[in-house]
Design a protein around this ligand. Structure first.
Ligand code: SF4
Ligand code: SF4
Length: 73
């Protein structure tokens, strides 16, 4: 399964990723980040088609899309 990493230190809660994702993978958290923003959660990660749109369009480089064959380290 793909993995989406959202860096809460960069995210400013603009919701572009929520809007741009063709599979509606994200929902915004109801909690506030330390910077005081609602940040996206990839709640429907199983639907992700690895198009990388969220990563490309995030204006703050807050999203990293890791493909399923990614091996950490
Ligand atoms: S597009 Fe980037 S900055 Fe905007 S809500 Fe998504 S992760 Fe946060
Ligand atoms: S890679 Fe594409 S399908 Fe997956 S979460 Fe990002 S925008 Fe949505």
């Amino acid at each position: 399964m793909p993995r989406i990493v959202v860096n809460k230190n960069y995210c400013k809660g603009c919701e572009i990723c929520v809007e741009i994702c063709p599979k509606k993978v994200f929902e915004m958290s109801k909690e506030f980040s330390e910077r005081g923003y609602h940040t996206p959660i990839p709640v429907r990660i199983k639907d992700c088609i690895l198009c990388h749109q969220c990563e490309l369009y995030c204006p703050d480089q807050a999203i990293t899309v890791l493909e399923d064959d990614y091996v950490e380290g």
